[in-house]
Design a protein around this ligand. Structure first.
Ligand code: FES
Ligand code: MG
Length: 576
């Protein structure tokens, strides 16, 4: 299997020549206290660590990086930790999505500009998985993804709490006056109680499952809880394996093929994935030169049953239960017939070989195909005169009575305007009203914030309603639920038809036909279009300017145009 020799290692270009530059590189390694034998003729492994004290989901990465380094050293490599932009979901304003591409750029350039032969990517909190993977695909050196793992189940007063989902639920009860302040504080202290990512099937668990299904992690690594000792062992394994991958020259282009991207999409659908998966999966695939489209995802969704009974799409369980039930390998085993098991993975073996012996230990958590949570996959793609380039809905996470729905629109142009209205107890609204928020897309948000699960107006909450049809050009958290149409493209801020909708217009959703329309005549729409004025740019300086000029729309994955693999001449290796 060995394809690389010490002479042909990428890092040898920095360290091997008998010239002044390489003298400089070697002497600077010696400045760090290393002898030449420590780093010469060995794979140099960059460990890209998205640890930060404000990334609550990655708080164990400080220790785990030592385990990765231990593994690399055992296999004869030399590991260097490289801190990377820690895009955290909890605190980043206006939204972490604004910075996914910045992490991708940083990852690509850090790899390209340094003497690295391979990388271990340490991520997990929502945007870190796609950001790291997108950048590493473009850099092209062997890589392995180390998922942070989900946190333990939440717990308060003997009740199990799920990230995100239960926060929303208890918030609605608090607004309805059904729980005390003491209970509310108890939930606050119990809902996130260990290192690790959100333990519902939110964006983090979805994206790490996608990386796993693509063959980018050690088999089943995405399911191991962050604080399980198995996670420590998996980290050391990543170090050992990446070192071998360098000698084997097992580069990402051999792993991330069209078939691997389709496998990832099928697995995402079967897990009850976050709607965000659509945007990130398209962006990751495109970096690998695979043109995965919304229509491909809708088609795969129609033929893939949702079999992971994990909240919010499933009813009862969380990621910890999913792991005990056999984890992602067991889930993939159930749907093996729908996967291309010949795909190569980071193990150097095929996906099929990695799944050998995988078993389900609890078939209420990982359901058999004969008893799915939902007969189709978790996402559906809509089109119509409101969303000519597509919109996304998660049917499994909303009340089926909304699958066919017609009602008057109540339109808000900004989040503060909407927030004031939902808190107004006298708001004129009926249960069939369709609440709409616009100017919340990639450009308008700015950065495509997770505002799409618009809060149910107090006026309806008090009447006992907990769901209603909502439409926006925003995203929503993977831990959210409800009848929310998201990612309307093109977004209103750039003049998509959502910009033309008026309060009182009738909106119709027909899920079976995958249609979303406003019942407004073409002549009337043309008139409104002529009167529409483009808003001012959101940014006049800084990173935001680059973001606004180069980001693509939701259906294209929101990558920057100049980072697409087919944009311009290949960058190539640095001249040294
Ligand atoms: Fe990090 Fe949810 S906040 S995964
Ligand atoms: Mg999230």
């Amino acid at each position: 299997m060995t394809k690389k020799t010490p002479d042909t290692l990428r890092s040898a270009r920095w360290f091997a020549p008998d010239d002044l530059r390489s003298f400089g590189h070697r002497s600077r390694m010696m400045q760090l206290g290393y002898a030449e034998e420590d780093f010469r003729d060995r794979p140099i492994i960059g460990v890209l660590n998205t640890w930060s004290e404000l990334n609550t989901c990655h708080s164990h990465f400080r220790e785990r990086v030592q385990d990765v380094k231990r593994g690399v050293a055992q296999a004869g490599g030399f590991a260097v930790e490289m801190p990377s932009l820690s895009v955290d979901e909890s605190f980043t304003k206006p939204t972490s999505m604004l910075y996914r591409n910045l992490l991708a750029m940083e990852t690509e350039e850090m790899i390209r500009s340094h003497p690295l032969d391979g990388v271990v990517l340490m991520g997990g909190c929502d945007k870190t998985t796609p950001g790291l993977v997108m950048g590493a695909i473009s850099a092209g050196v062997p890589m392995i993804y180390l998922p942070a793992g989900p946190m333990l189940r939440g717990n308060y007063a003997g009740k199990i709490l799920g990230s995100g989902s239960d926060a929303w639920k208890y918030w609605d009860e608090r607004r309805a006056g059904n729980i005390t302040d003491e209970e509310w504080l108890g939930v606050q202290g119990g809902i996130a109680r260990s290192a690790g990512t959100c333990m519902t099937m939110g964006t983090a668990s979805t994206m790490t499952a996608i990386a796993d299904a693509m063959g980018l992690t050690l088999p089943g690594a995405s399911s191991i809880p962050a604080v399980d000792s198995g996670h420590i062992r998996m980290s050391a394994d990543c170090g050992r394996r990446i070192t071998e991958m360098v000698w084997e020259d097992l580069t990402p282009d051999q792993i991330i093929t069209e078939a691997a991207c389709r496998n990832a999409a099928v697995v995402a659908m079967a897990t009850g994935c976050s709607t965000n998966a659509v945007v990130h999966l398209i962006a990751m695939a495109r970096r690998a030169g695979v043109n995965l489209t919304l229509d491909d995802l809708d088609a795969l969704g129609r033929t893939t049953p949702l079999i992971a009974n994990v909240r919010p799409s499933g009813k009862d369980y969380l990621m910890e239960d999913f792991y005990y039930a056999g984890g992602l390998r067991a889930l993939m085993k159930q749907i093996e017939a729908q996967l291309d098991t010949s795909c190569l993975t980071v193990t150097g073996k095929t996906l099929g070989e990695n799944l050998e012996g995988a078993q389900v230990y609890n078939d209420d958590v990982i359901r058999p195909l004969s008893n799915p949570v939902y007969k189709e996959g978790s996402l559906a793609v809509l089109r119509g005169n409101l969303c000519p380039d597509g919109a996304v809905i998660k049917p499994a996470a909303c009340d089926p009575k909304y699958y066919q729905h017609e009602g008057p629109a109540l339109v808000f142009d900004s989040y503060p305007e909407m927030k004031a209205a939902v808190d107004d107890e006298d708001l004129e609204i009926t249960p069939d009203t369709v609440m709409v928020l616009r100017n919340a897309g990639p450009q308008g948000g700015p950065g495509f914030p997770e505002w799409g699960m618009l809060p149910i107006p107090k006026a309806l909450i008090k009447q006992g309603h907990r769901d209603m049809l909502r439409i926006s050009d925003a995203r929503m958290s993977g831990t959210s639920y409800g009848a929310c149409v998201l990612h309307v493209a093109p977004e209103s801020y750039v003049g998509g038809p959502l910009a033309l909708l008026k309060t009182g217009d009738i909106v119709r959703l027909d899920l079976d036909a995958r249609r979303l329309d406003m019942l407004v005549s073409d002549a009337e729409l043309a008139e409104r279009r002529a009167a529409w004025k483009a808003p001012e740019p959101r940014f006049e300086r800084g990173y935001g300017v680059m973001f606004s000029r180069h980001v693509s729309q939701a259906d294209q994955g929101c990558d920057f145009d100049f980072l697409q693999s087919d944009y311009g001449r290949p960058t190539g290796e640095p001249d040294i």
